[in-house]
Design a protein. Structure first.
Length: 299
């Protein structure tokens, strides 16, 4: 059986003053499993006056998933959480029906992946929560050091919870490496290059794909394994999950199902008290204003 493979080019942007490459959503593909947003921020070295600062802003219907590679970020949210995120750690903020948060860089050096996980219908109105994971399972495979961010991989299971079957693995090689990774055939997957260059050979696909930063390789369901080879120091994320029959709607910082609810959320955030999103205490700056409502459109 042949496996469907797509190469998706990231678009370049800027979040809070640092350069980012956005792999998802992509015009050709909006979601992989429940992974509905994937930013690669940095690596960058910025002087103190240009550090990444993202003022208070609201979220709904998703979990934000921050994976720190270099540098430190201070997270604050409307639940009163205050947490420094350091390399090798994950912050998971589940917005449910509404939360707001801010992010401040505490270091000149910054390198992280910022991902969003869409919540399924049954969970998207749940109460907000915040969790910090200081340590995650690690394993070695064929020259790659793997950190299990979410889901099950090898014989390990990540402590990071998810509401839908999901996989996230950070893979890093200091030099030449060659590994065959077993995949869940019921999942679709994405390989998101962060550094270096990797050759990927998905089982059931008749070509070897060379991927570099700024390219996400989509591997459709039915694939049982992928061989990864690199000759230079490289880092990539393996993302996966059960395909969604209907991708959610994304607008600004909201994940929902209909434009009408986006309108209501935008009006809520425009209120002085932040409405359902509450207030972030302690951030030394203004909160981020909702874009003009007429900008509402299908992504
Ligand atoms: Mn955010």
């Amino acid at each position: 059986m042949s496996v469907h493979v797509e190469r998706l080019a990231s678009h370049i942007g800027d979040v809070g003053g640092i350069p980012i490459q956005r792999a998802l959503p992509n015009k050709a593909r909006r979601i992989i499993g429940a992974w509905c947003f994937a930013d690669h921020a940095g690596p960058a070295t910025l002087p103190p006056e240009r550090r990444m600062n993202v003022g208070p802003h609201p979220h709904t219907g998703l979990s934000t998933f921050s994976w720190m590679i270099e540098g430190e970020i201070l997270h604050r949210d409307s639940l009163g959480s205050e947490q420094v995120l350091r390399p090798g750690q994950v912050n998971l903020m589940t917005a449910g029906h509404g939360i707001s948060h801010s992010e401040e860089s505490l270091s000149d050096r910054i390198h992280l992946a910022q991902l969003w996980i869409a919540l399924p219908d049954a969970e998207r109105e749940r109460a907000p929560s915040f969790q910090h994971f200081a340590e995650l399972p690690r394993l070695s495979q064929g020259g790659f050091e793997a950190t299990l961010l979410v889901g099950e991989f090898g014989s390990q299971r990540s402590p990071v919870p998810s509401f839908t079957p999901l996989l996230g693995v950070d893979l890093v090689a200091d030099g030449p490496a060659d590994a065959v990774l077993a995949l869940q055939p019921g999942f679709e997957h994405g390989l998101m290059l962060l550094e270096g260059e990797v050759e990927a050979a998905p089982a059931g696909h008749d070509a070897v794909e060379v991927i570099t930063p700024g390219t996400l390789l989509y591997i459709g369901p039915g694939c049982t394994s992928v061989e990864l080879r690199c000759t230079v120091a490289s880092r990539l994320l393996l993302l996966g999950g059960e395909p969604w029959s209907q991708p959610p709607l994304l607008w600004w910082n909201f994940v929902g199902r209909e434009l009408a609810e986006m309108q209501a959320w935008a009006m809520d955030w425009a209120r002085e008290d932040g409405g359902r999103f509450g207030v972030v205490e302690g951030y030394p700056g203004p909160r981020i204003a909702v874009p003009p409502v007429p900008a509402l459109r299908k992504p």
